[in-house]
Design a protein around this ligand. Structure first.
Ligand SMILES: *[C@@H]1O[C@H](CO)[C@@H](O)[C@H](O)[C@H]1NC(C)=O
Ligand SMILES: *[C@@H]1O[C@H](CO)[C@@H](O)[C@H](O)[C@H]1NC(C)=O
Ligand SMILES: *[C@@H]1O[C@H](CO)[C@@H](O)[C@H](O)[C@H]1NC(C)=O
Ligand SMILES: *[C@@H]1O[C@H](CO)[C@@H](O)[C@H](O)[C@H]1NC(C)=O
Ligand SMILES: *[C@@H]1O[C@H](CO)[C@@H](O)[C@H](O)[C@H]1NC(C)=O
Ligand SMILES: *[C@@H]1O[C@H](CO)[C@@H](O)[C@H](O)[C@H]1NC(C)=O
Ligand SMILES: *[C@@H]1O[C@H](CO)[C@@H](O)[C@H](O)[C@H]1NC(C)=O
Length: 778
């Protein structure tokens, strides 16, 4: 058992707990082993068969007694040891979490009804403006039509929540629906019609007040109420709101500053299913590729989805390397992170008159407006780490942070520098992850850094930084892909396009507990913070799912996902293709980076057609991908026990709203079925495109779909035909799209074709080299 996970949280702040402030995607993350205790015990998640139908108590008691029957006698004898049974699950999985020695685990595994045990792993956590950027307007459009997400419950699995924050006031929010079973019992949390459930799943620690900040930030992004006068250091001033400000929030605390154990995570999912949430927002993940039958998060998510809950997960922060995704199961919505069109502008004027526009999160500066000599140490490769040793007094130091901790900036300031211009690391390119470095520090892109380095080589270079306290909106191009956003292709199912969708995740302003220190004492109330990660992108999509669910309460999780994917934007605010962190076109490998595109809430509520998927089809998919033995572990449905009775569903053939095919030969056909959720009588015409590669052809049959009633289903076939030319084999992957077009709707699916390479297996060019996860740990 060696379970160690890179930290996924990517933050742009100096918190009081530097352990989580992992900001350099290129560095080796700290390693931390298991959850062993002094008694040689470790926590295991033990999967067992469902309880025999003998009990007389309620379901939970039956489960608990059944689970206890697997444990060593000392537990029952009531020894004063720590409790062995950590969680007894009833909904998310059939099984429990317990603390056991190796010998005890052996004994447990010999009992009838035992299925398998896996060691508990620790997973890591991965505004004022984003609703507007996504086209949501007060008293108009989708916000008005959905009552801001009225009647929908968003469950957030995270670090807890600052319940006193005004983002969680319930002004204008009606009581929760009668079906809601959750509560705030056993916590100090202030609950109301906005925050309707709070519970901790950390053994022995029921403090839910969020000592990290992450959970408060993500919950307020998904469904925080309107708060006027939100700002960070006086920047970005405006009205803060979540994406579904009328929805209810339930917080399940499954993470601490050290991360999130899978046993706690399953406890949270279990409770959320019982409580009756509609959407689960999961801004955390593993960067290990565990097979689905050994991945508690994937299994718990399956249970949630089969109960009608939309499960939205972070794609991970291990970009820009290729094939670095987390949470790639087809029943999840996997979210990539993008930039927004806002900058906290801090321009630097060079002695030659050029102005370089950087950004700063703290603009309360003394150096502002004065010219100082500009210092760049070419000999030291411009590294900040070394810059503080030179003669820097009264100078503006231009340097690259690269792998060093952000505290080197303090050393430079202590050395008497008048200011610091920090250049993004090469891998970040244009992705400037803002961090509150205190006063007199500006962050610039690699391209702007290069211009400044060139100028610093001239005679007597000088620079003037102006902190204008200016928040600039309408920045172009936006959105762009954030450098840290994990990239596809999917490791476990290469024939399912992942990530699914892209949403704002760079420099997101949202609620922050006033008790969690930012850099200085300026902890304003209410307090907000700007942080970055796919953790921040995830609750944007959870909020959109809540809005869609509010207007279409009967849609399945797969239908809601389809609506979000097929209506997304494929162009940025310049009208061109969405660019990556180097401002290159993401065209060739675009879908592996951005999924279907950038989320568009208004269109998502009215997609015209949806690609739906039921439990039986997912089960058929698992039969084909893994085998029959996973049905009792993952699917757990008495009417779906044998693969023989299920449709054979290869990866490309799952009724997914995108099409990904690993071609071996042509012609190759996939069938898809769409359901009419638009006007009863509507006619759609197919439009297919494929990247310039004349030798292969995409065709659709039939080319026209005529619907006469709501809910009507139509099946069509998409065929790839033609030859694999050398040119096609050289690119290895071809991108295209399928659009169903009616006068009111365009239903777009990305199409990705892997072309077999003549001899060697396909090895597409990569933006950077990443080491793919360790092997399985079971
Ligand atoms: C936390 O749990 C303990 C033990 O069950 C209980 O005594 C305490 O009141 C709980 N704390 C809160 C804030 O509910
Ligand atoms: C920045 O400007 C806003 C209003 O434009 C103001 O409220 C805030 O105090 C200013 N912040 C600083 C640090 O000057
Ligand atoms: C900047 O201002 C702060 C507070 O006004 C002061 O403590 C600090 O010494 C000043 N720094 C410089 C470099 O002048
Ligand atoms: C991407 O952009 C960088 C710099 O902006 C450039 O050096 C590189 O060649 C580009 N890569 C591709 C594949 O176009
Ligand atoms: C079990 O599978 C059947 C057949 O697909 C489905 O109708 C039913 O909803 C499933 N039950 C659960 C609890 O998922
Ligand atoms: C697609 O549908 C057609 C017509 O129903 C059927 O003949 C064919 O076998 C299907 N193909 C696949 C791959 O499912
Ligand atoms: C298909 O869609 C593309 C992209 O929107 C468009 O340029 C083209 O004109 C369309 N073709 C037809 C036949 O409608």
């Amino acid at each position: 058992m060696a379970s160690l996970l890179p930290i996924l949280l990517l933050t742009a702040f100096l918190s009081s707990k530097p352990a989580l402030c992992y900001i350099n995607p290129g560095a080796t993350p700290p390693q931390k082993i298991g959850t062993k205790s002094s008694g040689g015990r470790a926590t295991y998640i033990v999967f067992v068969e469902p309880p025999p139908p003998l009990g007389h108590g309620d379901g939970e008691d039956d489960h608990r007694r059944w689970h206890e029957s697997f444990l060593p006698l000392s537990e029952l004898a009531g020894s004063d040891d720590e409790p062995r049974l950590v969680h007894s699950y009833t909904e998310a999985v059939s099984g429990f979490a317990a603390r056991l020695t190796g010998g005890e685990l052996d004994a447990v595994s010999k009992k009838p009804g035992f299925v398998r045990a896996i060691p508990d792993r620790t997973l890591q956590l991965m505004t004022t403006h984003t609703p507007e950027f996504l086209g949501l307007r007060k008293d108009a459009g989708l916000w008005r039509d959905s009552g801001y997400g009225k009647g929908v419950i968003v469950g957030v699995l995270d670090t807890g929540i600052d319940s006193s924050h005004p983002s969680f006031d319930d002004r204008g929010v009606p009581p929760p629906p009668a079906r809601w079973k959750g509560s705030c019992r056993d916590t100090d949390a202030r609950c109301n019609n906005k925050l309707i459930g709070v519970k901790s799943f950390i053994p022995g620690d029921n403090d839910t007040s969020d000592g990290v900040g992450h959970g408060t930030h993500t919950a307020s992004t998904a469904a925080g109420n309107f708060v006027d006068g939100a700002a960070v250091n006086g920047l970005g001033v405006g009205t803060a709101a979540g994406i579904a400000p009328g929805a209810h929030i339930a917080m399940y605390r499954v993470c601490t500053v050290e991360g999130c154990t899978e046993s706690a995570l399953l406890g949270g999912i279990d409770e959320a299913i019982k409580d009756g949430v509609d959407v689960l927002s999961i801004s955390l993940g593993s960067s290990f590729a565990a097979d689905y039958d050994k991945d508690p998060l994937a299994i718990g998510a399956f249970s949630a989805v089969s109960k009608g809950i939309v499960v939205v997960c972070a794609a991970g922060n291990n970009g820009p390397a290729f094939a670095t995704l987390s949470n790639e199961a087809p029943w999840m919505v996997t979210v990539a992170a993008s930039s927004v069109d806002r900058r906290f502008s801090a321009p630097t004027r060079l002695g030659d008159g050029r102005v370089i526009d950087g950004e700063a999160l703290d603009q309360a500066s003394n150096s502002s407006g004065k010219a100082y000599p500009l210092s760049y140490s070419k000999e030291q490769a411009g590294l900040c780490e070394i810059a503080d040793t030179g003669d820097i007094k009264g100078k503006i130091v231009l340097c690259k942070l690269e792998g060093s901790p952000p505290t080197v900036v303090d050393n430079i300031k202590r050395g008497g520098a008048a200011g610091v211009v920090l250049i993004n690391t090469d891998l970040l390119g244009y992705t400037t992850i803002l961090r509150d470095y205190g006063s007199d520090v500006v962050q610039v892109t690699v391209a702007d850094g290069a211009r400044m380095i060139e100028y610093a080589g001239s005679r007597n270079p000088v620079a003037t930084i102006t902190f204008k306290n200016r928040t600039v909106l309408g920045v172009r191009p936006a959105p762009t892909l954030a450098a840290f956003s994990s990239r596809g292709p999917s490791f476990l199912n290469v024939g399912i396009l992942k990530p699914d969708i892209m949403a704002p995740g760079l420099n997101i302003l949202a609620a922050w507990p006033s008790s969690v220190a930012r850099t200085d004492a300026a902890a304003a109330r209410p307090s907000f913070n700007v942080i970055s990660g796919t953790s921040m992108a995830t609750p944007h999509v959870s909020g959109v799912a809540a809005l869609v669910k509010s207007v279409h309460p009967d849609w399945s999780p797969a239908a809601i996902k389809s609506a979000i994917l097929t209506t997304s934007d494929e162009v940025d605010n310049t009208g061109g293709p969405i660019l990556d962190e180097q401002h290159n076109k993401t065209m060739l490998f675009g879908p592996f980076n951005t999924g279907a595109g950038h989320v568009n809430p208004t269109r998502a509520a009215d997609p015209g057609l949806v690609y739906d998927i039921g439990v039986a089809e997912y089960a058929g998919f698992l039969c084909t991908l893994v085998g029959e033995y996973v049905l009792p572990i993952i699917v757990r449905n008495s009417s779906l026990q044998s693969c023989r009775d299920l449709p054979r569903v290869g990866q490309s053939h799952l009724n997914y709203p995108s099409i990904t095919v690993e071609l071996e030969k042509t012609p190759f056909t996939v069938n898809r079925t769409v359901t009419n959720v638009g006007p009863a009588e509507s006619t759609y015409t197919a439009n297919v495109t494929l990247a310039a590669e004349a030798s292969l052809k995409l065709s659709v049959s039939p080319e026209t779909l005529v619907f006469s009633k709501a809910g009507e289903k139509k099946t069509f076939a998409v065929t790839v035909s033609g030859r694999f030319t050398k040119a096609a084999q050289a690119v290895a992957v071809l991108e295209g799209s399928l659009r169903w077009v009616s006068p009111e709707h365009v239903v777009r699916s990305p199409v990705v074709l892997y072309i077999p390479v003549a001899s060697a297996p396909p090895s597409p060019p990569m933006p950077a080299v990443g080491t793919r996860r360790g092997d399985n740990w079971a």
